[in-house]
Design a protein around this ligand. Structure first.
Ligand code: SAM
Length: 390
């Protein structure tokens, strides 16, 4: 049986990648879920000193990795394609100037059949290698940064990226449900965790966790996630920065044609007149990524209740349980953050949700009451001004 994900790593320090034999990744390799192959860049040199670097053109400090060994090494990797990986790999080059590595990016990489990592050292790799990989080898190339700091080489970054990606490959983590509960999966940090004993060194586990009341526990956990995220990572709660990539904003009349199409496609047709009237109230929120519409939610105040229409997502995302959970969760957060004082509960009108959506509601702190999903608002006194959200 072919592995779910093939990973090639090219480095001048192959021993640095030895931890990929351990723990979860090591077991996934033994179980045949991951096919990891590490290559020594120096095996693709032809001089006595196995030289991989040279002085930079234009002067300056440090050395630059020569293009020739890289071209040979990448050519060798591509030439080992087989029936389970007929296309080439995605080339991932760790670099401090790359796109930030996030949980969303880990998911994207985990969906690829084959990843090849190029570990830079010294000042980095001759720029022409990237063009060669794209143009001559036909590989998609992603430069990915672990964070805003400088490491000595790409190996540590590859260890981190491979671990984050591998645990998302189906079968690698035994309990797939647990993956959805992690920090960053829906733009929030995780709630605090406790285990036995109930009392430890004078410290008690919060009562609600011992209550057996699942709705209360879900509500408490959600509140903790919001509070923690607001305190530790307020950038995640900003409407334009949730998940680093999804932008949330109020829909305007210009969004009408796109929204009509999505509502129609999702089996919730509406007339353009009634949608236009709805948009004029400024209570429909959209999620977009790079300008592309992902989903929408409509809110309506009704006394002390904020009524929330079931979040609607564009068809391909609605069919993907992970995307649906993440985006519907983010749209539900809009309701919570825009609720003015005086709102005592949020009510989602979704009598027959899919099992995945029902789980999303529960995780967001809602419980079922008379065919609706209800979430009491405890601490919240937010404002309606979108700029003040977060
Ligand atoms: N001259 C480079 C610059 O200023 O952007 C830094 C080179 S760094 C000393 C050497 C190698 O470490 C890089 O080619 C890259 O592979 C890796 N590296 C350093 N910082 C990284 C980061 N934040 N994320 C991912 N890889 C990093």
């Amino acid at each position: 049986m072919a592995a779910a994900l093939r990973i090639d790593v090219v480095s001048i320090f192959p021993d640095y990648l030895a931890p990929l034999d351990l723990s979860l990744v090591g077991r996934a390799r033994t179980d045949g879920l991951l096919d990891v192959r590490v290559h020594d860049l120096r095996d693709f040199t032809h001089d006595r000193h196995r030289t991989v670097d040279d002085a930079p053109y234009g002067g300056g400090a440090g050395m630059v990795m020569k293009p020739e060994p890289w071209a040979e090494a990448l050519g060798h990797v591509v030439a080992t394609r087989d029936a389970s990986t007929p296309g080439g790999p995605r080339l991932v080059v760790p670099g401090p100037g790359g796109a930030p590595f996030t949980q969303a990016r880990a998911r994207e990489l985990a969906a690829e059949p084959w990843l090849a990592f190029a570990c830079g050292r010294y000042e980095g790799i001759d720029e022409r290698v990237y063009d060669y990989a794209r143009e001559d080898l036909g590989l998609p190339v992603s430069v990915v940064s672990l964070g805003d700091y400088v490491l000595c080489g790409g190996e540590v970054a590859v260890l981190a990226i491979v671990e984050a990606v591998a645990r998302l490959v189906p079968g690698v983590v035994g309990n797939a449900e647990s993956l959805l509960e992690e920090s960053h999966e829906d733009g929030l940090l995780e709630y605090p965790l406790y285990t036995r004993p109930r009392q430890w060194r004078g410290r008690l586990v919060p009562d609600v966790l011992l209550s057996g009341d699942h709705a209360a526990i879900a509500g408490w956990r959600h509140q903790q996630r919001m509070t923690r995220t607001a305190a530790l990572r307020p950038d995640l709660l900003h409407p334009s920065a949730v998940d680093g990539r999804v932008e949330l904003g109020v829909a305007t009349a210009g969004d009408l044609p796109e929204l009509l199409t999505v509502l129609h496609a999702r089996g919730r047709p509406t007339s353009s007149e009634s949608l236009r009237a709805g948009l004029a109230t400024g209570t429909t929120w959209l999620a977009r990524r790079a300008g592309r519409l992902l989903g929408a939610v409509r809110l309506q105040e009704d006394g002390g209740t904020l009524r929330v229409a079931a979040p609607v997502l564009v068809p391909d995302l609605a069919d993907d349980p992970v995307a649906d959970d993440s985006l519907a969760g983010q749209l539900l957060q809009v309701a919570e953050r825009t609720a003015v004082s005086g709102i005592r509960e949020l009510v989602v009108d979704d009598p027959r949700p899919s099992p995945g959506r029902a789980r999303t509601y529960r995780r967001a702190g809602y419980h079922r009451r008379d065919g609706r999903w209800v979430r009491p608002l405890v601490l919240h006194e937010a404002r309606r001004d979108p700029a003040a959200i977060g």
